[in-house]
Design a protein around this ligand. Structure first.
Ligand SMILES: Nc1ncnc2c1ncn2[C@@H]1O[C@H](COP(=O)(O)OP(=O)(O)O)[C@@H](O)[C@H]1O
Ligand SMILES: Cc1cn([C@H]2C[C@H](O)[C@@H](COP(=O)(O)O)O2)c(=O)[nH]c1=O
Ligand SMILES: [Zn+2]
Length: 277
């Protein structure tokens, strides 16, 4: 997989600090321990009243003993969208941190399709991370987490929401019937700027919608879109800055022309090679 396009200048201010990421982090060192997360401390605890199979994040265990919020209907849905590298995961993790500081019990979910940093953590492009459960579908969450533990939860964070087909039903049920605050982060559009998965479908359900921007890798202006630098054409293609770059409108349009032209050349070269065989 070769990048067909490259930015004209280096990205020093935005470069990844992979040293913060421990790809070998195990559940045992993520749970029941205090982790420094960019000067913030997350206490990962298991609830006492129930035993979920995934980590629950809470600052104070005693809040897990309060009345389950499932009886109320005062849930909320907050949606964070934008292109890649816009800070969606960073914003989600900060919101989760703020909720834990209020004493609310929190669980993080991400799609198990995103295997970039392993399956037991949500990780930002600059290495900040939080334990999570990685799932194929949201409908399995309640059962896998444990129904009792689910009832104790106040807040559910969902990252990589574009990969969940059942996003709409899950969010509606969790907020309307179970009284949960659901904070959802995902791509609004794919590399062709088409609606991605069900992310846009939940906007009518949402209390708030935030569209974040990145920085265009060509000109440094606001980037609203994600350009794929390689010749692959499938909608779902897991990757980072090796495959994608955030771009402004002008550089999305010019970048697409370059990538498309390169793709056509590659295709014709492949066809020629085939005809020689
Ligand atoms: N082109 C880039 N390549 C790698 N990292 C980037 C790039 N642009 C921004 N970043 C870093 O990524 C961070 C945002 O990461 P993250 O919250 O994971 O974004 P998102 O979830 O929207 O993809 C930024 O604060 C910045 O440090
Ligand atoms: C644009 C686009 C992205 N993806 C993939 C690439 C990454 O694995 C995730 C997005 O991650 P981030 O946290 O928002 O940086 O989605 C894809 O599969 N198809 C696309 O068109
Ligand atoms: Zn630009």
């Amino acid at each position: 997989m070769k990048a067909l396009i490259a930015p004209p200048f280096s990205l020093t201010p935005m470069s990844l600090n992979l040293s913060k990421i421990s790809p070998l982090a195990s559940k045992s060192n993520l749970c029941n321990s205090t982790k420094n997360v960019q000067n913030l401390k997350f206490f990962c605890t298991k609830p006492i009243m129930a035993s979920p199979r995934f980590p629950v994040v809470s600052l104070q265990n005693r809040y897990l003993h309060t009345e389950p919020s499932s009886s109320s209907s005062s849930g909320e849905i907050h949606v964070i969208v934008g292109p890649m590298f816009a800070g969606k995961t960073t914003t989600l993790l900060r919101s989760i941190q703020a909720e834990t500081e209020k004493g609310r019990s929190v669980a993080m979910i991400k799609s198990n399709k995103d295997t970039r940093y392993g399956l037991d953590s949500v990780v930002t492009h600059d290495g900040v991370k939080l334990p999570c459960c990685a799932l194929a579908s949201l409908s399995s969450f309640r059962q896998k987490f444990g129904p009792d533990a689910y009832d104790q939860l106040d807040v559910i964070g969902i990252d990589e929401a574009q990969f969940f087909e059942d996003l709409y039903d899950f969010c509606r049920e969790a907020a309307d019937h179970d009284g949960k605050t659901v904070i959802v982060a995902g791509l609004d559009g794919d590399y062709l700027r088409r609606s991605f998965g069900s992310v846009l479908d939940i906007i009518p359900l949402a209390d708030s919608v935030t569209k974040l921007t990145a920085r265009c890798e060509f000109c440094g202006k606001h980037a609203y879109f994600t350009l794929r630098k390689t010749e692959e054409t499938q909608t779902e293609l897991i990757g980072g800055s090796d495959i994608y770059m955030p771009v402004c409108r002008q550089h999305y349009v010019s970048g697409q022309v370059v990538v498309e032209a390169a793709r056509i050349v590659l295709e014709s070269q492949k066809a020629q090679c085939g005809s020689y065989l």
